[in-house]
Design a protein. Structure first.
Length: 143
């Protein structure tokens, strides 16, 4: 099984950016943990990050053509602004689980609405970086 893990804008700054909200763990720490988890299931994780909306859209489209069976996606601030990402998710047959480190529903009101969630099979938020593990495990255990 091949799972794509996508990370949106500013997530390359994890561990440095607002650690009181996002913690001290880096994106590399999360990547290593997910790669180890996927090995337990004889699966593969393709882990990517971009600060560019178009690149994220291209990767979502590409997923359908390259045998990806699920996408774990932390879209960052694009969650609340990107109709283009919503359309990309709606336009592929690959299931997507939206992940957020913080609880977007307890933060500023503009963060309460996800434009992507209606097109995703699920949303995990507020559990810290373990949300990535739970989303990945959800795909791997359905195998």
């Amino acid at each position: 099984m091949k799972i794509l893990v996508l990370n949106g804008p500013n997530l390359n700054r994890l561990g440095k950016r607002e650690p009181e909200i996002y913690g001290r763990e880096t994106l590399e720490d999360i990547k290593e943990r997910l790669e180890n988890l996927s090995k337990e299931f004889n699966s593969m994780v393709d882990f990517r990050q971009s600060n560019h909306e178009g690149e994220l859209i291209d990767w979502i489209h590409e997923a359908e053509d390259t045998g990806v069976e699920g996408i774990v996606f932390n879209p960052g601030a694009y969650t609340h602004t990107s109709i283009a990402l919503r359309d990309a998710i709606a336009g592929v047959k690959v299931p997507v689980i939206e992940v957020h480190i913080s609880n977007i529903h307890k933060r500023e009101s503009f963060r309460h609405t996800s434009l992507l969630a209606p097109e995703c099979v699920g949303q995990i938020c507020g559990l810290g970086t373990v949300g990535y593990d739970l989303a990945l495990r959800s795909f791997l255990e359905k195998k």
